[in-house]
Each structure stands twice: as C-alpha cells, then as structure tokens.
Design a protein around this ligand. Sequence first.
Ligand code: NAG
Length: 463
Amino acid sequence: MYPRCPVFLFAVSVTAQQLGFTLPLSRIPGRPPRVGQALDNIPLVNSQHTYIINATIGGQVFRLVFDTGSSDLWIASTDCHDQDCLAVPRYSPGISATSTETGLLFELDYLVGKVHGQIAFDTVALGPYQVQSQVFATVDQTANLGLASTATSGILGFCFPDTAAIPATAGATLLENIMSSFEPSRRVFAFHLSRSSGFNDPSASFTLGALDPAFVQDPTLLALSPVARTGATYDYWKLPVLHFTFNGQPFTLSASRVIGADNPIAVLDTGTTLILGPSADVDALYALFGPAARNDPSAGYQVRCTHASLLGIVLGDPPREYLLHPADVAWAEGAAGGWCTGGIQPNDAVNAGDWLFGDVFLRNVYVAHYCTDQPVVGLLNLTNGTTALAEFRQERGPDMDGDEVDVNGTNADGGGDTTTGYVKRWARPASGMGARMFGAVAGGVGFVIGGVGAIGWRMWRGV
Ligand SMILES: *[C@@H]1O[C@H](CO)[C@@H](O)[C@H](O)[C@H]1NC(C)=O
C-alpha cells in the first residue's frame, strides 16, 4: 500500500527526523503520548451517527468525517459561501502562514450534490502528528452535503491511495505520510465506534501506531485477514463474507458478482451508516422475520422496534462469526409507529464489492487496519449475544410479536417506540450510475456518492 514514491509538485519542507526516516512529519511539541502508553489516542466522536475526528489545518481546528471508505482530505474554505458552508467552521488560507494554494481543480460530483475547489498544501496535524505541506483540497462550493447537520467541515479519508481523487503526483495522503513515518510493525490505525452520541462514551477509541489495550489485551484474539485485492491493487478495505447466521442458523448468500471472487466481498466503511447488500439476499433475510419486518415503499425495510433478532456475519480469512447487536438490526433512529429502520438495506449498485458494511456492523467490532505492503484487517468480536439480547429487552420493552429468541431480561416500560425525530426515506438506486458508485439514496438517511476520481463516500445527512 505504501511503497509508492510520491512526486511532489511543490517543495515539501522536511522538518523532522523520526525513527530514522526523513519525512515532513513531526510530533507536536508538548503533546507526547500519555505516560505508560505506547499509543496515540485521538478522540473519535459519534455525532448523530456520523463519526467525527478533529484535525488541525494551518493552525485551525476542524471536525471532519472519519471515513475509511475514501482517501482524500477536503475542507470547506472561507471562499465557500453556500448555506452549508456558512453553518460550519471554514478553513481560511489567509490566516495560515503555511498555506499554499495551487489553483489546480478539485471536483467531485455526487449523486446528491457535489464539491468543487482546488488542491492546496498546508501543515496538517492529527493527534500528536504533524505533516508539513500535506496535500488536501479546499472546497469553495458544496451542494446538498448536509455538513451543517453534523457540524463537520469536511472529510478525512483513511482508505487506499488508489482510491484518492487528488492525484498521487500532487502528494501522498495524510494516512500514507503518517504511516510511512512509523517502522513497519507500527503501521496500523485502529478504532472502535461508540454506540452513544457525544464525547462521553468511553467505548470510543482511535489510535495510530498501536492497538488500544483497553480493547485488545491479548493480540492473538484479533482475527487477522488479508485485504481482498482488485486485480493487482488495493482499493477499499475489503474482506470475504462466507455467510450470515440468523438466530444461530446459517443463512446462505448469493454468489459474488466480483470477478474471480470465491465469496461475496464486503467493503468496510465508517462513512456508511448502514449495511447495504444485494436485494435478493436482503429480501430473503427479512422474509425470515415474518410479520416483524416490512418493506415500506418510502422508508425501505423496517423492523418492529421491540423485535430482537440475532444476526451474525461470518467474515474474513480464516472466517469468524461476528454478531450484530439487535439494536443495530432494528435501528431506533427514524422509528415511527413502532417500526424501526432496518439496519440492513438492499442496494444493487455496490460495485466496489457485493456488500457495504457500515457503522451498524462496525460498532460491533474492534477494527485494526494494518497499512503494510500486504494490508491486513484485524477484527475482534465485541458483541456477546446473550448480553446484547438482554440489553435490547431492557431498552425496548416486551416483544409485541412474540416470535423471537428467548431472552431473560424483562422490562415493563412497554415502549417499543423510540422517537428520535429522524425520518428516513430510502430509494432504490437509479440505473445507469457510474461504474465506481456504491449506490444511491434519497432523503434523510444515507449518503452521497463520489463519481470523479473513483471516490465513493457517503455520510449521514440528517434532516
Ligand atoms: C468472541 O469469540 C470468541 C471465540 O469464538 C468467544 O470465545 C468470545 O466469547 C466472543 N466474545 C464475545 C464478546 O462474544
């Protein structure tokens, strides 16, 4: 992944020597790693189910979408005057002494909306790491991206360089720059997505260069799988899926549409909210729910909010089973009339793989991304079926349908209807989209699609 030797268009000021590498990267003075920890813990915040990470660009701090499904860094600039930009902090090249604008066009067209701007360089800091003359994009026009709803000023991509829209000739991605400063054994970033919103959930974790010992006391428990390639290259963080399980019974998936793949391929993507997969499989899966699921023409699949099902995903090489918390299957966001949003939705336009595994899957695991020449994903199962079912029953009250797995936890609040104020509308993907697009969605929940430059990212758009 990182052997490429970037050709910089502009002079890069090299200021730091670390671990014998000469790189435009330094540790920010006065911010050493916490004593006794060999890792750099950086806050990762759940903001209305978009996961946010802070970065400093030209001395200005921004909230950015943490996205393992794209590879660029872009930020709204003070040249951006549209509604969405005006509602969030914007990058001001004028007040940064280290900013270099290039005039080189940066443009991404999305199915719903777009961004337009230019390629620039500035000092970028992430946690204790600081890269001088980091290439990124300043955006002066956005449309329909919903930045305001999560108060995010841009996106920080943690996917492979081949997926970046900013050309490699302009410079390496932030992830490449940070990883290449580490010795090979430390080239890893790892995270856990918290379940609840805000800064206070101690289960949120993001580390660079090491695993978080709060999650991984015994590294041998981490299941390591090689990332699936596309031809000779790595594009997305992809793993083979063998099958699902539904309340302990195997659930077979249809054959992969990916040429040469023995099993369906899943793309892991923090920038996607839900799990998206082939409609044939998703239809068959919800058929198992009986009257506890329905396919609403405007809202997509919905599950009774009080209905617990234990869905497992058998993933990786060698394969292991990861259970989804029932609250991720009957997702309380968007609940109306006792119906919750189904955490899994059909989408036949996922082209980077067969399935897109977003946050409803990723919240159930601890994930380590090894950015080595032969990249590896390490997963640790965190959802225990018995505990999760008891929590679900405690939260959602008694089952209104009766037909589900036995669980001892009881709660008499009777409320199956959680209200959060979100209404989601799903649309089937339109046909004829670009080959690199993941899918399409309209309305409240969902994502926007990268076209130019082969970006495919999506974010919570709120309402
Ligand atoms: C994870 O899987 C292992 C091996 O199957 C199992 O022993 C462990 O209990 C699981 N962890 C959770 C949280 O369920």
